[in-house]
Ligand binder design. Sequence first.
Ligand SMILES: [Zn+2]
Length: 400
Amino acid sequence: MSETIVAGRETVLEVPERIAGIEVPRVLGRVEAAELGPTLIVVGGMHGNEPAGVKALQRILARLESDPVGLDRGRLVGLTGNRKALAAKRRYLVNDLNRYWLPGRVARLRASTGPLDGEDEELRDLNREIERQLFEARETVYLLDLHTTSGPELPFATHDDTLRNRPFAFAFPVPVVLGLEEELVGTLSSYVGTLGVVTAGFESGQHDAEAAVDRAEAAIWIALEASGVLLKDNHPEVEAARHRLARECKGLPRVVEVRHRHAITPDDSYRMKPGYENFQAVAAGEPIGRDGRGPVVSPFSGLILMPLYQKQGADGFFIVQRVARMWLEASAVVRRWRLERLLPLLPGVRRHPDLPDSFVVDRRYARWLAREFFHLLGYKRLGDASRVLIMSRRLHDRSQ
Ligand SMILES: [Zn+2]
């Protein structure tokens, strides 16, 4: 670790010797402005075969260390996700660390004092570091989670769709994918979102592509401005980053929502047909891959997202559809008006007997439209039994 003082700003930069070796540090670096302000935490490598975010963080931290202009307010903290998996160049060792953040498990691991294995230890250690940042923070804490994907990819952003997270996710001039967090249970972003952290995810391209590192770097510059750590319109790097991403995503939809996830297990032996890429149009009934039972077809027409071209992973592909911007504006209005008070008046909808801010929806009355309607009001699916849906309001939806 090296420590330098630059123009009254403290810069602590820790760069690992070999990211593919055994020693991958938890804290890649931390750069602090002279003036107090927001905290931006950026996490790279939640999946160990996705080193692009780590490399992008190293570049930016090195740049900020040598840059006398530095940050305007607050701090940037660069963290690694699954260190053991990064060292092994695998998505994960035993458990997917980005499907592992269930509140009960976090509480149990947090309380444990003895040695732990694999992802249990990674979660406890990463959680400890994030809690330290939350404890020290004087203003809002933002978290950007950097990922890459296995197919040839264009970038996109994700977020738990709360009014608080929206401006952060929409700061990136790339397609914003709604509803992914409802399909993926136990993500870091969803967990720290419940602690009041403003979150977004950014998928920057194919795992080992140099362009994925460049795009992740662009995303960090934009996040620095969106979080207020850099002042608006004050830094040419941010403007260049926006231009780069906007140019690459020209012609792509601004907002899409997940309509279908093709869940797989290793027993399925699922194989994607080659050549699919993000946001490629597919027709209903189009054969997209094969598994042990035969061809797998797209159940809807729409755009394909994250086609799986690697061995590890539980998501074969997603089908997304365009969302009109008007829908987002309408949803912001109905959430501010708290229209959910009227929900129990609808047929087939009743309050959940035990869970606060949750409703049980009878599918006989309310089919997929109910889910759309609940999304509009800021609810996400919590459970999915055959006859009922449980929809629960996301925390921190109105705090801005
Ligand atoms: Zn990932």
